[in-house]
Design a protein around this ligand. Structure first.
Ligand code: SD4
Length: 290
């Protein structure tokens, strides 16, 4: 039997899946569910990897990446955008209001203002203080499972059986100015195929881009793998390119058309949240390294 509606997201983002569920349960679309779920984390100043309160780049500027994809394969993304609190909402506008898929930097910001988004200071005092502290050494070293809440990738199936996904992040803390990760790249940080399923990623984006991770996972499901098996194979591909390397984290989650879910990661500590009629659960993910 198919499980629907259902929402699933990276990490233990309880409030985000609850928001998505509220929309799904009321008969809303999976597209609205993933957008509004992602917006919960974008607005949370205590989540220092997404939206307002995100960690800045090495120059002290918070730059955001996000994308969204719908059941028809339509998609929109913003890359390295400053001063706008909800990049996933701008990504949806790119998808719906422009002939393009991606807008970057100043152009994305200008488009957001044209669409009525307000200019917002994204750097909180806490993130500013931590950045000043970081500047003393200026050592770029991604932290594994930082605070256990991180980039949000969120996938949903609505009561009609249609799948959508979204992904939003402030990227790796203290990255080079202009750096873009996997999160706004369709196929890397997120991919949706309404016939098959969807996948999304968190962690060191450079490695996800190198294997086009989310697209790979959806294609593996197309070939018959379960969401769990497909996520495991996705991580194994990355590890095959990084033999012996143990200093980075990546977590993938996936859902198929039946509403079956899976997740897998490199390091212990990753989990993903599911919300369906069966309830609201935090699912600890198995890991490649033990
Ligand atoms: C990125 N994947 O920008 C994102 C960041 C992230 O744990 O997930 N951090 O590479």
């Amino acid at each position: 039997k198919e499980i629907r509606p259902i929402a699933i997201c990276t990490w233990n983002f309880k409030n985000a899946t609850a928001k998505a569920w509220e929309i799904l349960e009321a008969g809303g679309s999976s597209l609205d569910a993933v957008q509004e779920g992602a917006m919960v984390e974008e607005a949370d100043v205590n989540n220092q990897t997404v939206g307002v309160g995100g960690r800045p780049d090495r120059e002290g500027n918070v730059t955001l990446d996000a994308c969204i994809m719908d059941k028809d394969g339509n998609c929109g993304a913003v890359l390295c955008m400053q001063n706008i609190a909800s990049p996933v909402s701008v990504a949806r506008k790119v998808m719906e209001e422009t002939p393009h898929v991606m807008l970057a930097g100043k152009g994305a910001e200008q488009f957001a203002y044209e669409q009525g988004f307000e200019k917002t200071d994204l750097l909180t005092e806490q993130s500013r203080q931590e950045w000043l502290e970081w500047k003393k050494t200026s050592e770029y070293k991604p932290v594994i499972n930082i605070e256990n809440h991180d980039t949000i990738g969120i996938l949903a199936i609505d009561s009609k059986g249609d799948i959508s996904g979204a992904c939003t992040t402030s990227g790796m803390g203290y990255k080079y100015a202009g750096r873009v990760g996997d999160s706004p790249i369709i196929g890397a940080g997120l991919f949706v195929d309404n016939e098959i399923g969807a996948a999304t990623a968190t962690g060191v984006g450079e490695e996800v881009v190198r294997t086009v991770g989310s697209f790979l996972i959806v294609e593996l499901m197309r070939q018959g793998k379960s969401p769990q098996e497909a996520c495991e194979e996705g991580v194994k591909r990355i590890m095959a390119k990084n033999k012996g390397r143990t200093d980075f984290q990546i977590g993938f989650i996936a859902i198929n058309k039946k509403g079956e879910t899976g997740g897998y990661c490199i390091q212990p500590g990753f989990s993903y949240r599911t919300y369906s009629e069966a309830g609201h659960a935090d699912n600890p993910s198995e890991s490649f390294l033990k």
